[in-house]
Write a protein that binds this ligand. Sequence first.
Ligand code: ADP
Ligand code: MG
Length: 338
Amino acid sequence: MSALLELRNVSKVYRSGFFSPRTTVALDDFSLTIDQSRPSITAVVGESGSGKSTLGSLLMGFIAPTHGDVLYMGKNMKAISAAERWQFRQDVQAIFQDPFAAYNPFYTVDHVLTVPIRKFGLAANREEAREKMGDALRKVGLRPEEILGRYPHQLSGGQRQRIIVARAMLLKPKLIIADEPVSMVDASLRATILESIYTLHKELGISVLYITHDLTTAYHVSSEIIVLYKGSVMEGGDVASVVKAPQHPYTRLLIDSIPWPDVDLQWGREPVIRDDGTSPTTTKGCKFASRCPHVMAKCRETAPPLFMVGDTQASSCYLSDASPAIQRSELQRVLEPA
Ligand code: ADP
Ligand code: MG
């Protein structure tokens, strides 16, 4: 195994509010390895506020961890050289919910594609650049003659998101971090965009971290899944194992909120689960205890470790305590079984 990107016991704590400061543990002792030699699509699911975007931002190097380390090619991100950072910028690409939020509305979409071509020296001349742009756009189902020369506001949300996928295609990164990439896109286009992300994975061997609140699309596109609740992993493993036989009460709740007979038809339905409104703060015991139908006295005392309920599944719940316990940092064992 050779790790491209690794989170080692990472926590992110936000402090907000001036007069009555509040601390939020957005991500709590989280470990994950993105392996270069084995491209995967890993879904990270959970309700709003569970720490998914925080995880994405940590992996992108946008924010620094409060505790623990983020490593790129085995080196701490805090200490990588300028050359390594430049390589990182090519290797790890982001696809966000609102793809053009980061772009200047006065530039045509060409700009989004020509900048990386120039920056990373992907073409020898203008003609080659034009050709590469055309190829990438066609690959995601867009017609270059309809797209090039236009401004972002002249395109639909679906077209804009596909341009970002085309951009990722040009750069041929090793990892794409896609944070809710289709939640602002019309339902009719979601499948097409997810398919083009899947094609990137299949054809170019790109790993994808697919961050979503939507279990149904996660089930469709990913191979592994991590279920987050208030910054902690509740369950994780092979997507079929977890979705077909969820062991954690929280995962069961998420899955029960999906109309299963329609699982192959429903795209992007948001789970409707009562939110108790409490923010993730440092508490002892299991974070899900206050909402759990199976809560026991010990759940309120000590947070459960991960229990390996099979070779490809682990659940952080005492209901599974007949299975062997593993460290939180060993989640990888079920995501990538030997
Ligand atoms: P998700 O993407 O799953 O909705 P986030 O990672 O955005 O979750 O947020 C996790 C928690 O951290 C939430 O409680 C959120 O309010 C809090 N949070 C996120 N960003 C900040 C910030 N910059 N300052 C303070 N709290 C934040
Ligand atoms: Mg988010």
